[in-house]
Design a protein around this ligand. Structure first.
Ligand SMILES: [Zn+2]
Length: 413
């Protein structure tokens, strides 16, 4: 953790408070019983005047978020782009030894083995996810990546030819120490394969959904490239994927030494302007969504949230609509019959909805945009109600979709 209040990327001391989110639940902590604790946090978002990075300087303690949750597994996501990402790295350098930092339940490690990597080791702070990966036969260290963990792993396994780092860095408060540990794990000229959420489109749309999962920093592509340069990596390849609302990835090669903090630092002005605009648009999206839900209820609609994952939790708490939702549905069996964080609602499978929804239903689509059409088809088959929908996640435009839902509600009268 930072002891001084400074930008976690460039070390700049001038942090501008942009907005706060109140009463945020821990999105991976799905309670089993109504009276289980549902802790809430107020989180301040600040932007660095020197580089423009949006970040949470005073973050929720990581142990509270990751160590206890027993539903923090990601294998169910089956991202379709892993093969492309691995192929991009293997085209640069033959598969040798690899370490997957934040390996979760081992889905990527399996893919790395299939792709020809000879040794694959994982590192994962969540003990439950790590144990699932171990049961699949993988060597996994249960730890965060810090210098001690890196030294211990190198002492036991040697250094690695490739380090995979998917959807981890956005959770890391002390980037300088973290990347020092990354460098310890890699052979000279080793490859770093980095994937991050793509937030720029979400910023432009004013979507609160991109602030999901207690991420402590939010990289534009330019800032991610600056980070790589600053910590001593040269970008070889760039990729964009439709995954979790959009992601971007790099294959980068480790250079002999990190660059100076100011080397390659992008001009912060365009990012700061984008963020100020984002705050205003987000405010509008919150108001429009909550007024639509309340209008639908007055018109006799029941409201279902389809999808109980972190981005949905965030939308529900930011827009303060928890008390206006009648049902929460999710296809993931391991979170069914648990309570959605920040609500008093149990997550149910779709089939329990049949016959209980009344004749009009507003569905908040808390699912990846690429899956919306499938969810619509399933809902239309399962419930007899007249349906109106709202898309919650980028790249769909939620405000446009609120207008469509208003028209559908008017047409159903
Ligand atoms: Zn900065």
């Amino acid at each position: 953790m930072n002891n001084v209040r400074q930008c976690c990327l460039c070390g700049g001391k001038d942090l501008v408070p942009l907005f706060k989110l109140d009463s945020l639940p821990i999105s991976h902590y799905l309670r089993k019983k109504l009276d289980d604790p549902d802790p809430r946090f107020t989180v301040g978002f600040e932007c660095c005047k020197s580089c423009g990075l949006l970040q949470i300087v005073d973050a929720i303690p990581a142990d509270l978020i990751y160590s206890q949750a027993d539903t923090y597994t990601t294998g169910f996501q089956r991202p379709r782009h892993l093969e492309d990402l691995i192929t991009t790295a293997v085209a640069r350098c033959d598969p040798g030894s690899a370490i997957d930092v934040g390996c979760n339940d081992g889905a990527l490690m399996e893919a790395l083995g299939r792709a020809g990597y000879t040794t694959v080791v994982g590192l994962e702070p969540n003990a439950i996810a790590a144990e699932i990966a171990r049961k699949k036969g993988h060597k996994v260290y249960t730890s965060y990546l810090d210098q001690k963990a890196a030294d211990d792993i190198v002492a036991e396994c040697g250094r690695f030819d490739a380090l995979y780092l998917r959807h981890v860095v956005e959770h890391v408060s002390d980037l300088e120490r973290f990347f020092a540990a990354v460098r310890t794990l890699l052979n000279p000229e080793g490859l770093l394969i980095l994937e991050l959420p793509d937030v720029e489109e979400g910023f432009a749309l004013g979507s609160p959904a991109i602030l999901w999962e207690e991420h402590v920093n939010y990289f534009t592509q330019a800032l991610a490239e600056y980070m790589l340069c600053r910590f001593g990596f040269r970008v070889l390849d760039r990729r964009k994927y439709v995954f979790g609302g959009g992601s971007f990835a790099f294959v980068a090669q480790m250079e002999a030494a990190p660059a100076a903090a100011t080397a390659g630092r992008p001009d912060s002005a365009p990012t700061v302007a984008l963020l100020q605009d984002f705050v205003a648009r987000m405010q509008r999206q919150k108001q429009e969504l909550s007024s639509l839900v309340s209008q639908a209820r007055s018109a006799g609609y029941k409201v279902v949230m389809y999808g109980a994952a972190p981005r949905s939790c965030l939308m529900v708490s930011v827009c303060q609509i928890a008390d206006m939702i009648d049902f929460v549905v999710d296809d993931r069996q391991d979170i069914q019959d648990r309570l959605m964080p920040g609500t008093q609602l149990f997550v149910r499978p779709l089939d329990t909805l049949a016959g209980t929804t009344g004749d009009k239903l507003l569905c908040l689509l808390g699912v990846g945009s690429e899956n919306e059409f499938k969810v619509r088809a399933k809902l239309e088959k399962a419930v007899g109600a007249k349906l109106a929908y709202v898309s919650l996640f980028p790249p769909r435009n939620t405000l446009d979709s609120v207008d469509d839902a208003r028209r559908a509600i008017a047409a159903h009268k």
